[in-house]
Design a protein around this ligand. Structure first.
Ligand code: IPM
Ligand code: MG
Length: 370
């Protein structure tokens, strides 16, 4: 059956291929049981691409990415690539994809499932019912701005330097996405920077302040320094709804938010571009927040839920299939409620399962849901 849903699958390195192959079972299930098929294409990225082609992202894979409706991404990196030159490191493949596709809006929801309230290192009352969204600017700031480098100094030592840089339009466009998202949630936006120390932070606060004044009608808005935000996330995370912040602070605060939910293995993300005025198309890449976890790769220990929730986000944001996304999320909740656990979320009295057995359980819940 022909399909107009073009999904490019880039499993990458470490546990990426394991969790992606489990999620493809759900893609097959959708085709078999819900008659929705995807036009799947697979490619190499990160260390896997370097091993075959000497580069973490080939131009061919990049053009496949630009032609796809969405990308399902696994993870990149591993210790065997640590000594590669900077530009050939696995992470450069992912960063080039983000930049070339202009995926500036990175949505990282952190939700605590009822069955998981005891898995967090934080007290139950602090995280019960938690549902927050970190919106990370993904194509600017210190990850990409020039100048950057390592240079020799006259005394024989070196200096290493990076630049943090944001322009008014970059801040405005991520601010608008934050307001749009908050309107579909609990109507609150917290903008996070360090305007007390950084010039890019002063501009960020200034632009956000004006934007909120002009466009945030009816929303509750506030500004917070990034260090305080880190503290507030562990003190009282339920005070937040949407947190909008720059690339580097977003990287750190989203790992922090992930642990509120009990495990990095549970957190999905969506990286979105702007909607094209003529085609109405938007580039999109879906990936778990966790990395390649080389220490457990190949051991059937990885939790496939973050990857599956990332796929589920693609059903919402790229393929307009919210009912199917609901089915998947309900099945995950039902399996967790039965005490089925991969090692990262294992607790006393629960049933420890492998990556593929976790997915067996989710697929059988899906079977029973239709
Ligand atoms: C993330 C990761 C990446 C990042 C790495 C793998 C380049 O930590 O997506 O959070 O720093 O953005
Ligand atoms: Mg990170």
């Amino acid at each position: 059956m022909a399909s107009n849903r073009k999904l490019l699958v880039l499993p990458g390195d470490g546990i990426g291929p394991e969790v992606v192959s489990q999620v493809l079972r759900v893609v097959d299930w959708l085709a078999a049981k819900r008659s929705v098929s995807f036009d799947l294409q697979e490619g190499l990225v990160g260390g896997a691409a370097y091993d075959s082609h000497g580069t973490p992202l080939t131009d061919e894979t990049l053009s496949d990415a630009l032609a796809a409706d969405a990308i399902l991404f696994g993870s990149v990196g591993g210790p065997q690539y640590d000594d590669l030159p900077f530009e050939l490191k696995p992470e450069r493949g992912l960063l080039r994809l983000r930049k070339e596709m202009d995926l500036f809006a990175n949505l990282r929801p952190a939700m605590v499932f009822d069955a998981m309230v005891d898995s967090s290192t934080l007290k139950k009352e602090v995280i019960e019912g938690l549902d927050i969204l970190i919106l990370r600017e993904l194509t600017g700031g210190i990850y990409f701005a020039e100048p950057r480098g390592i240079e020799d100094l006259s005394d024989g030592t070196k200096k290493g330097f990076d630049t943090n840089l944001y322009t008014t339009p970059e801040i405005e466009r991520i601010g608008r996405v934050a307001m749009d998202l908050a309107r579909k949630r609990r109507n609150k936006v917290t903008s996070v920077e360090k305007a007390n120390v950084m010039m890019s932070g002063v501009l960020w606060r200034d632009v956000m302040t004006k934007l909120f004044e002009n466009e945030a009608h009816g929303l509750e808005t506030e500004h917070m320094y990034a260090d305080n935000c880190g503290m507030q996330l562990v003190r009282n995370p339920k005070q937040f709804d949407v947190i909008v912040t720059d690339n580097l602070f977003g990287d750190m605060l989203s790992d922090c938010a992930a642990m509120l939910t009990g495990s990095l293995g549970m957190l999905p993300s969506a990286s979105l571009g702007a909607v094209d005025d003529t085609t109405q198309k938007r580039y999109a890449l879906y990936e778990p927040v966790h990395g390649s976890a080389p220490d457990i790769a190949g051991k059937e220990m990885a939790n496939p839920i973050a990857e599956l929730l990332s796929f589920s986000m693609s059903l919402r944001y790229s393929f307009d299939m919210p009912e199917d996304a609901d089915l998947i999320e309900k099945s995950i909740q039902a399996v967790l409620a039965e005490g089925i656990r991969t090692p990262d979320i294992m607790q006393e009295g629960m049933t420890l399962v492998s990556t593929s057995v976790m997915m067996d359980n989710i697929v059988s819940k899906l079977d029973r849901s239709v």
